[in-house]
Design a protein around this ligand. Structure first.
Ligand SMILES: Cc1cc2nc3c(=O)[nH]c(=O)nc-3n(C[C@H](O)[C@H](O)[C@H](O)COP(=O)(O)O)c2cc1C
Length: 337
């Protein structure tokens, strides 16, 4: 465990992150149940799934659920994406009126739906646009405004540095850097060292993001980037206790980890309702079963057709899942010996 990860990060006189280990926003993944679990295992910062900056798109059930604030979490951070400073400022204001305690702006998403409207990481081609958006949002709200972006448009491009500087000068309180370019999307090797010029240049804190899934990768990311903290996305899927591990806290024993998977399942059913919940639960439970090294059981779980069937199946297979996971752990130890 890296001691500095325990340090709080101050974003304003009124708002601080309780430590330097954050859960990354992931659309379709970091919903209220996932954020609740990550927070309960010690994450110092969790960010909602991205919300469109256009309030006219907020009436859907999906959008409403994405904006749900969680009273136990502080700050309650909501991410927005868009390309128009005026609309984004108005949306930020509205979100703060509804309880958001931090606004994060997405300048990192490579998804076509976002980028076709020149939002997300497409704005790395328009640093003035980034400056205008951050300035407008920061002027509109009293809560901290943070920014999440990438190293550049291509692996050679330095737009991430320019974007981070522009964001700081326009009022951002923190920048998260995914150590990949937009062109790399989610693949290819992360290049933490490309973040070092950014951490050197900025006075505000920087979080490093990308492929962090263990104490070793966290240490490497911090050492190479010089960042104040880390943000973990896919590494936390199917193992929300990773935050405890990264913070040097005890990790629950195997039996408890299986029980946490069962708890996560019921949290999803409760949050979305049984009908949507059982479909949404598939990708989450799949991630756990993958980590428990139970691929055949994973296939069986994916065939289940309903919330009650999922709950009963997990109960009936808890012992088998534990067996698979402990057999795999023994095999790994044997191999290492
Ligand atoms: C399924 C999925 C959804 C994502 N959604 C968002 C999002 O809504 N906003 C955002 O800023 N980044 C989003 N990301 C990017 C992650 O926040 C993170 O930057 C990226 O996955 C790299 O970190 P990791 O290797 O720890 O997962 C998403 C990533 C994934 C895999």
């Amino acid at each position: 465990m890296t001691q500095s990860l325990l340090n709080p990060i101050a974003l304003s006189p009124a708002v601080q992150l309780r430590n330097a280990v954050a859960l990354a926003p992931m659309a379709g993944m970091t919903d209220a149940p996932m954020r609740t679990l990550a927070w309960s295992f010690g994450a110092g910062h969790v960010v909602s799934e991205m919300v469109s900056a256009k309030p006219e798109l907020w009436h859907t059930e999906k959008s409403r659920l994405r904006r749900v604030g969680l009273p136990e979490i502080n700050p309650n951070a909501v991410q927005i994406a868009g390309d128009d400073p005026v609309t984004m400022a108005a949306s930020a204001q509205r979100l703060v009126d509804h309880g958001a305690q931090l606004i994060d702006i997405n300048f990192g998403c490579p998804a076509k739906k976002v980028c076709r409207r020149a939002a997300g990481s497409a704005l790395l081609a328009d640093i003035d646009g980034i400056a205008r958006i951050v300035a407008a949002v920061a002027a509109a709200v009293e809560v901290p405004v943070t920014v999440k972006t990438r190293t550049g448009l291509t692996p050679e491009d330095n737009a991430g540095l320019a974007a981070a500087v522009a964001a700081e000068q326009s009022g951002a309180a923190l920048v998260v850097l995914h150590a990949r370019s937009r062109a790399c999307r989610f693949k290819g090797v992360v290049d933490y060292a490309r973040i070092r010029p950014i951490t050197k240049r900025l006075a505000i804190p920087v979080l490093v993001n990308g492929d962090i899934d263990s104490g070793a990768s966290a240490q490497e990311a911090l050492a190479k980037s010089g960042a104040a903290g880390i943000m973990v996305g896919r590494g936390a899927m199917g193992q929300p206790w990773l935050f405890a591990e990264l913070l040097g806290q005890p990790v629950p024993p195997l039996g408890e980890r299986v029980a946490i998977m069962q708890l996560h399942l019921t949290m999803l059913h409760d949050f979305y309702g049984a009908e949507s919940g059982f479909r949404i639960a598939r990708k989450h439970i799949e991630a756990y079963l993958q980590r428990f090294s139970a691929p055949a059981l994973r296939r069986d779980f994916m065939q289940l057709d309903g919330a009650a069937a999922q709950v009963n199946w997990l109960l009936a297979h808890a012992a088998a899942i534990e067996d698979k996971a402990s057999a795999h752990a023994c095999l790994s130890v044997d191999r290492a010996a």
